[in-house]
Design a binder for this molecule. Structure first.
Ligand SMILES: [Zn+2]
Length: 278
């Protein structure tokens, strides 16, 4: 944060020296010359001195010239000056894809259908992300059949920044497999980073075990997504102890929190230019 402090100090110096500059240019009306790093940008041409002798400088122009960004909240009439450029993370478009639906039930154990668990978890994650200010679309919001290829076509039409497919796992080989598993098309891609981030945040939110992240180039949604894409498996329905957790609303809420945290963490990493002030 050293640079931020420096810039803030600079900001204050500019403001403090204004009265002096103002006095010097009073002859040319009520205009004020504002120098930023020695130059007088055009965007400050509307700085002026009021009848009461108060020097007015456009805040947005000044903040942005110094590498800050400005947010205005109409409801509370609050101006916020934030270090770093505008927060790209908060304007992202996210697509959540609850796996299966309709006739495609996915895995089925103990009377629970995977399609229902997926929808419940994804819907809650969508609500959390909307609360955080993101634009969220779901490939289905009810118990409908959605073609596998249609899912990523929709995401492209919505101009999504990222795509997360939500599933629950099953294993016929390991009867006691437990934990979070995520997948991406291949390693060394943004999708891989997204998949690894999601696995970490989902484990942190639930306390579930680690089943790793894998490259799955044959999965249709990962192969056809035009944006960073990951698939998450929330746990093993084939393992009775984990199924018992997966059907509980409380546990589904934790999984949703983990997914939302992962999406937000990934977007924050991606908007890394905001970090130059750290
Ligand atoms: Zn599935």
């Amino acid at each position: 944060m050293k640079k931020a402090t420096l810039l803030l100090a600079l900001c204050l110096i500019v403001l403090l020296t204004l009265p002096v500059a103002g006095a010097a240019i009073d002859a040319v009306g009520r205009g004020v010359t504002v120098l930023v790093d020695g130059a007088a940008p055009e965007s400050f041409s509307n700085a002026y001195i009021t009848d009461e002798g108060v020097t007015m400088v456009p805040l947005r122009a000044l903040a942005e010239a110094l590498g800050f960004s400005v947010r205005w909240d109409q409801e509370t009439r609050t101006v916020s000056v934030i270090s770093g450029p505008a927060d790209a993370a908060r304007s992202a478009v996210v697509v959540l894809d609850p796996g299966h639906g309709g006739l495609s039930t996915g895995a089925g154990y103990g009377g629970a259908a995977e399609k229902d668990l997926n929808l419940s978890i994804a819907s809650q994650a969508a609500a959390l992300l909307e609360e955080a200010g993101l634009t969220v679309y779901m490939t289905r919001s009810g118990d409908e059949d959605v073609d596998l290829y249609e899912r990523t076509v929709m995401a492209a039409e919505w101009e999504a920044d990222l795509f997360v497919s939500v599933h629950c796992n099953a294993s016929v080989i390991y009867p006691d497999a437990e934990g979070i598993y995520t997948a991406a098309f291949s390693e060394d891609t943004p999708g891989w980073t997204l998949a690894e981030t999601l696995r970490e945040t989902m484990m942190a939110a639930t306390g579930a075990g680690d089943m790793g992240t894998e490259a799955r180039p044959n999965l249709a949604v990962l192969r056809t997504a035009a944006m960073p894409a990951a698939l998450v498996e929330c746990g093993y329905m084939s393992t009775p102890a984990e199924l018992e957790k997966l059907v509980q609303p409380d546990y589904q809420a934790k999984l949703a929190r983990g997914i939302a945290d992962g999406v937000l963490a990934y977007l924050e990493q991606e908007s890394a230019p905001g970090r130059i002030l750290e």
